[in-house]
Design a protein around this ligand. Structure first.
Ligand code: HEM
Length: 160
């Protein structure tokens, strides 16, 4: 009954074993790629981690910006009926509301674009499909951010 025989470590005899046990544990095997002084700390960078953090931080700031925006535009002072050229001109005369709208534009666009980037990476299975969808996404994002920024800073209340 050699098969039921056990050692002190509870390990039974192994066929062709060279006698490993409590006093003779498994040999040390070196890591396949040993790190040297020249090995970079990481070969991947931290972009995805930064993007993950950006989604959380921009989300928190967007709650304040968007709820404030909705209150001012749609609820306070008679709701939507007050909105017109004069109302917009009055608000954008103030650097405070210019910065508010600029921040909302940039954060919403970058947050939304990065969210869609994640969705494309998750759902578009072919590399070519991902390439085209992300190309379209980045083009639309850059175009909208540039155009919106231009409008906020070049808006002329005296236009005829
Ligand atoms: C108003 C406050 C907002 C908060 C608190 C917020 C929060 C978040 C958070 C935490 C994520 C990450 C979810 C994850 O990784 O699983 C996310 C994803 C996303 N957000 Fe927002 N967000 C806000 C506004 C917006 C706006 C204005 C847009 C569009 C312009 C937007 C579009 C997206 C998209 C497309 C995703 C990706 C969804 C996914 O991965 O399934 N969000 N949001």
């Amino acid at each position: 009954m050699a098969t039921t025989e056990t050692t002190a470590s509870g390990i039974g005899p192994v066929e062709g074993s060279s006698g490993y046990g409590v006093d003779n544990p498994a040999p040390l095997i070196e890591a396949p790629r040993k790190r040297t002084k020249k090995t970079p700390r990481s070969t991947r960078g931290n972009f995805e981690m930064a993007a993950w953090l950006f989604m959380r931080l921009s989300g928190i700031v967007l709650v304040v910006l968007v709820i404030g925006h909705l209150l001012i535009q749609l609820v306070l002072d008679g709701g939507v009926s007050k909105i017109g050229f004069a109302f917009v001109a009055g608000r954008w005369a103030s650097p405070f509301w210019q910065v508010w709208d600029l921040l909302m534009l940039w954060l919403a666009m970058l947050h939304g674009a990065n969210g869609l980037r994640t969705i494309i990476n998750d759902y578009a299975e072919r590399a070519n499909t991902r390439l085209w969808l992300k190309g379209l996404l980045y083009t639309a994002t850059v175009f909208t951010i540039l155009l919106g920024t231009l409008v906020i800073f070049t808006f002329d209340p005296n236009i005829r």
